[in-house]
Design a protein around this ligand. Sequence first.
Ligand SMILES: Nc1ncnc2c1ncn2[C@@H]1O[C@H](COP(=O)(O)OP(=O)(O)OP(=O)(O)O)[C@@H](O)[C@H]1O
Ligand SMILES: CC(C)(CO)[C@@H](O)C(=O)NCCC(=O)O
Ligand SMILES: [K+]
Length: 258
Amino acid sequence: MLLAIDCGNTNTVFSIWDGKTFLCTLRTSTHHARTADAYFTWFSTLIQHYQIELNITDVIISSTVPRVVFNLRVFADRFFGCRPLVVGKPDCRLPTDARVDEGTSVGPDRLVNAAGAFDRHGGDLIVVDFGTATTFDVVAPDGAYIGGVIAPGVNLSLEALHNAAAALPHVDVAKPQGVIGTNTVACIQSGVFWGYVGLVREICARIKAERDRPMKIISTGGLAPLFQQSGQLFDVFEDDLTMHGLTVIHEFNKDNAA
Ligand SMILES: Nc1ncnc2c1ncn2[C@@H]1O[C@H](COP(=O)(O)OP(=O)(O)OP(=O)(O)O)[C@@H](O)[C@H]1O
Ligand SMILES: CC(C)(CO)[C@@H](O)C(=O)NCCC(=O)O
Ligand SMILES: [K+]
């Protein structure tokens, strides 16, 4: 049984993979100061609720927050007796290359998304992930990650507006009725919602033009379905893409073990 951990800047997600399906997915906010014991208290309480008979033998971690990795390593070692694979570390091999500028460290979540998407769809992909940042990851025909785009995340933009402007309230992202807002909330929702629809359309069109070939657009992340409501922005939505990528990378390392 594999425990896959996807640690983003906002949320950390744990999924248990039995080799065929994800038995459960648990979500908590990311805190660098959370100890291994605190992870276990939270984790074991929820596992009891799901009534899963645990037999975790392997752990794989992708973390965009370097500081949390230490406590997650201790968690894996202390409670499951295993040394986790950590994406981005030299002992974790990737099934495909990353062809980027020398010295660049690509976010592990982007490499994982690329691996997961290539496994399901083959090459020539744009993966759009609506997390803390909105990222676009470009996958070549051979599955290599060849770069992409980083834009501010949707919730981050809303928060920045609220924090910077005294008269603007905190607003949740939603699809507005029209474009012309007749109250403050509707105006902000319109700016952010239609602004992101335009951002996604423009960036994908430019990536396709720059690559000069047909590409499939895969979306993931909690907010992707909301944006899908506004016409055909994406070809496919996959809420488990990062988790799937982690299982693919884990399998690859197992198969290629010495
Ligand atoms: N399973 C879920 N239940 C409730 N809300 C969700 C769920 N998944 C996503 N969301 C909502 O969508 C937003 C985006 O989620 P996602 O997991 O893609 O990124 P994030 O956790 O915000 O960012 P990061 O992965 O960078 O930490 C969340 O902040 C949350 O508001
Ligand atoms: C862009 C984020 C924050 C998205 O989670 C993450 O992938 C990251 O910290 N990346 C490092 C820089 C890069 O990917 O080029
Ligand atoms: K994410």
